[in-house]
Design a protein around this ligand. Structure first.
Ligand code: PLP
Ligand code: COI
Length: 341
């Protein structure tokens, strides 16, 4: 029976009734994936020597299922998550799986939790899906595991940041990824380095951190869980280039919208914090969880710089467009939305 989930109370956290929901699981044993099954949400039995616990061999994805205004259950560009999962798996020596297996599991988990999809017409709430794949073989030496668990759990969620729509970010001389490292994979090992900086930033009144490039420590890479954009004084929309950052699906969608719907000039290039502070009229971050969130202030070198000369106009415009496409309020010119059958 459909749950009545109060959207105003939802935050981006694990649903307290998660144990009443379903999860998907599939094991890779003896060199092949099993068929996989939908089961009750449950704790996972793991050896203390499981590879993921000791050496971090794990990857994940983040996706959202919504009720569209047409009453359909929809996903946004799930094939892109399947492709990125496969690339992340390759990078961490995790065995691949067919896109059909990934997509089938995603559809199954949405259908199994259909009663937990929040009804909300502005895109703030959704059923968040978390596909994960971890090395579970117990071992001591450092090497790729021979046994894996691929699972997906779901949780009704609200906005990612506590303050809806606008955040203060602290730019810090901290690198979350290095060239030829794992920054471009959605690997669990990329996130622990962000935890102390984020804790300290929050204690200082910020919402999150902007991480910088590992060579010159002056170019913006991304925030802890979102990509970065700046609208410059000449009207160009600038975002850091791919390489060490996560190739965000929202990032790519925003680039498409800006170029093809709003005929904007979009540059994917190095962008220093100093340039943003002196030239940006507006900044925002993008991600599945963060959607499009405006940046009001950037802390840098001991000062707080207000970045709001454009009153968040572009972020609002892009947010509306993206959410309207996702919720089938508008036509879908890029064929991004998939209906769960
Ligand atoms: N950057 C990082 C580090 C992330 O964890 C995420 C979230 O997935 C993103 C960027 C945004 O990616 P996407 O738009 O695909 O959710
Ligand atoms: C997402 O946006 O889906 C993410 O995976 C970010 C997450 C680290 C909270």
């Amino acid at each position: 029976m459909a749950r009545s989930i109060d959207c105003n109370k939802l935050t981006f956290s694990l649903y307290p009734h998660a144990h009443e929901m379903k999860m998907y699981e599939s094991y890779y044993l003896n060199g092949k994936w099993d068929k996989g099954a939908i089961v009750d949400f449950h704790d996972i039995p793991l050896s203390p020597a499981a590879n993921v616990l000791n050496y971090g061999q794990g990857i994940f994805e983040g996706m959202k299922a919504y009720y569209s205004v047409k009453g359909k259950v929809v996903l946004f560009r799930p094939e892109e998550n399947a492709k990125r999962f496969e690339k992340s798996a390759y990078k961490l020596a995790i065995p691949g799986m067919t896109a059909d297996k990934f997509m089938g599991a995603v559809q199954d988990i949405v259908k199994a939790n259909i009663d937990f999809i929040p009804q909300c017409d502005d895109g703030r709430c959704s059923l968040y899906l978390r596909p994960v794949c971890i090395g579970i073989e117990p071992l001591l030496g450092v090497r790729a595991a021979k046994e894996y668990l691929f699972y997906i759990f779901a949780s009704p969620v609200g906005p990612y940041f506590d303050k809806v729509g606008i955040v203060k970010l602290l730019a810090r001389n901290i690198n979350r990824a290095s060239p030829h490292g794992t920054g471009d994979a959605k690997a669990v090992c990329n996130y622990p380095v962000t935890m102390r900086p984020k804790q300290e930033a929050i204690a200082d009144g910020y919402n999150d951190v902007i991480y910088l490039d590992p060579i010159k420590n002056q170019y913006i890479e991304e925030a802890g869980a979102a990509n970065f954009f700046a609208l410059m004084d000449n009207g160009s929309l600038v975002t850091p280039p791919l390489g060490t950052i996560l190739p965000g699906i929202t990032r790519e969608s925003v680039i498409e919208l800006a170029k093809k719907i709003y005929q904007m000039k979009v540059e994917e290039r190095d962008l220093s914090v100093d340039e943003v502070i002196s030239r940006a009229r507006e900044c925002f971050v993008t991600g599945t969880a963060a959607i499009i969130t405006s940046v009001s202030d950037i802390g840098w070198n001991g000062k707080i710089h207000n970045i709001n000369r454009n009153q968040y106009q572009l972020a609002h415009q892009l947010y509306e467009k993206l959410i309207n496409i996702q919720l089938q309020k508008e036509s879908d010119p890029f064929n991004w939305v998939r209906v769960v059958q």
